[in-house]
Design a protein around this ligand. Structure first.
Ligand SMILES: NC(=O)c1ccc[n+]([C@@H]2O[C@H](COP(=O)([O-])OP(=O)(O)OC[C@H]3O[C@@H](n4cnc5c(N)ncnc54)[C@H](O)[C@@H]3O)[C@@H](O)[C@H]2O)c1
Ligand SMILES: CC(C)[C@H](C(=O)O)[C@@H](O)C(=O)O
Ligand SMILES: [Mg+2]
Length: 368
């Protein structure tokens, strides 16, 4: 299979973990005889510095022509005082909107051996395996006007959703639920927000088309509590843009680190941008200790969703589990015992596993 992949490293540890994804994809390509070609483009703060904008037209054009896009992370203190239109985060929101990536899938699955990154008890998190389906191109992030008024002394953000925007993400979530445990939790703030009332109405209407799916509505505040006290009650969660952003970072404690959560940002025709849930982590950038697994697992999602390469995706995921089973982990992860490694060593261990594991299964199949 021949595929053209655009890499958007961005800023901070985005620059480091994107190398890891590329190395893993090289290993996959070599083992399965695919041709993946890579093209890097600027986004975020790096693009502000080089081109005077967080999202150059050349980046948008390249992403539109690509078979898939991998993004590292954007942002950092260097750009914190930039005017709003030059903030690195505008580049990220811009590319999501330009590509029409309305559905952000954030799977949260604990890997064996990893301890939670908080004082949560191991038995609370055991068996938690959920999927947050986050609406990505609407809501507060994109509402207008969002500007200072009264000489800068008052401000407004608008939470705006159309029926169509809610319907398509709710459909996506029902479809995901049909492939999993047929259990859907729709999270909103319908006791206060009009947008949530419309959201709830639409979920109720859509139920008829998916009669096998058991649906519950939950308010976002109590969901935040239940997510870390009884996570195994959840399977698929669907929610609006900002609630999904906050709940997914919270849910990352179940997996041991924010550095473990991958995501796929999709539209309906298979076009996708794949990005870790974490940010540019300025506190550890440049030290070679960033956990590359969220980025590598995002590349696995790309193989599965954009290229239909299930075996390859599964091999990458198995490689991650096996290397963790052997006790190797980056400093952000906690284990009872094990060996602490940096970004490049962790990446090499996974690439080696992919190459040797696939070679041994090939030798075996040659003899059978
Ligand atoms: N998708 C994105 O590009 C994205 C996502 C979130 C935040 N951001 C941006 O990143 C910048 C920093 O934001 P923040 O500090 O609130 O969030 P962050 O996700 O960058 O970091 C939060 C904490 O998690 C740790 N962490 C995150 N990823 C890690 C990894 N792979 N390995 C080890 N530790 C990891 C960091 O060291 C930090 O202590 C901001 O400019 C923010 O806007 C970008
Ligand atoms: C950087 C920011 C705009 C972004 C978001 O809120 O969507 C990030 O937090 C994420 O989760 O991808
Ligand atoms: Mg976030």
């Amino acid at each position: 299979m021949d595929k053209k992949i655009v890499l958007l490293p961005g800023d901070g540890i985005g620059q480091e973990v994107i190398h890891s994804a590329k190395e893993i994809l090289h290993a996959v390509a070599q083992e399965f005889k695919h041709t993946f070609t890579f093209e890097s483009h600027d986004i975020g703060g790096t693009a502000v510095d080089l081109h005077g904008t967080p999202l150059p037209d050349s980046t948008v054009e390249a992403c539109k022509k690509a078979d898939a896009v991998l993004l590292g992370a954007v942002g950092g203190p260097k750009w914190d005082l930039n005017p709003s239109h030059l903030r690195p985060e505008k580049g990220l929101l811009g590319i999501r909107k330009e590509l029409g990536l309305f559905a952000n899938l954030r799977p949260i699955k604990g890997f064996k051996k990893l301890l939670p990154s908080s004082p949560l008890k191991q038995e609370v998190i055991e068996g938690s395996d959920l999927l947050i389906v986050r609406e990505l191109t609407g809501g507060l992030y994109f509402g207008t006007p969002s500007e200072r008024r009264e000489n800068g002394n008052s401000v407004v953000d608008t939470l705006f959703y159309t029926r169509k925007e809610i319907e398509r993400i709710v459909d996506k979530a029902f479809q995901a639920a049909m492939k999993r445990k047929k259990q859907l939790t729709s999270v909103d703030k319908a006791n206060v927000l009009e947008s949530s009332k419309l959201w709830r109405e639409i979920v109720e209407e859509k139920k008829a088309a998916y009669p096998e799916v058991v649906v519950q509505h939950m308010l976002v505040d109590s969901t935040a509590m239940k997510l870390i006290t009884n996570p195994s009650q959840f399977d698929v969660i669907v929610t609006e843009n900002m609630f999904g952003d906050i709940l997914s970072d919270e849910a990352s404690v179940l997996t041991g680190s924010l550095g473990m959560l991958p995501s796929a940002s999709l539209r309906d025709d298979g076009v996708g941008l794949y990005e870790p849930v974490h940010g540019s982590a300025p506190d550890i950038a440049g030290q070679g200790i960033a956990n590359p697994l969220a980025m590598i697992l995002s590349a696995a999602l790309m193989l599965r969703y954009s290229f239909g390469l299930e075996e390859e995706a599964k091999l990458v995921e198995d490689a991650v589990q096996s290397i963790l089973d052997e006790g190797y982990h980056t400093p952000d992860l906690k284990m009872e015992s094990g060996v602490t490694v940096g970004t490049s060593e962790m990446t090499r261990l996974i690439a080696d596993y992919i190459q040797t594991r696939n070679a041994s299964s090939c030798i075996l199949s040659c003899y059978i």
